[in-house]
Design a protein around this ligand. Sequence first.
Ligand SMILES: [Zn+2]
Length: 111
Amino acid sequence: MRQKLPDTDSVVRDGHEVESCEFHGLELEKDSVEIVYGLLPFDEEKMEACRNFPHANTWVGGGCLISSDNPERVEVLYCRACRAAEEEWEAARRALQAVELPLRDESEWVN
Ligand SMILES: [Zn+2]
């Protein structure tokens, strides 16, 4: 099964048709989300989990849609149920990490 980032197909572009979530059957809704530039906060575990919420679209990777004026936000289509599933998954993972390995401070990554 091909893996893909969950965002690129659902970015709202001209002529984009409203779709529904193949997982939950809900019509996708528009939202404005943050564009994340540079290193994406993605790992294999998350890639795997994203199959269960393909239209969460809580953020978008800037690498795939950078234009001349690096915008900070972009309109995407998302599924409410996918976002709820992602939140649940993130919460579960955070709880697990808190037990197994303390999270490193993100500021350490920058330098
Ligand atoms: Zn969904």
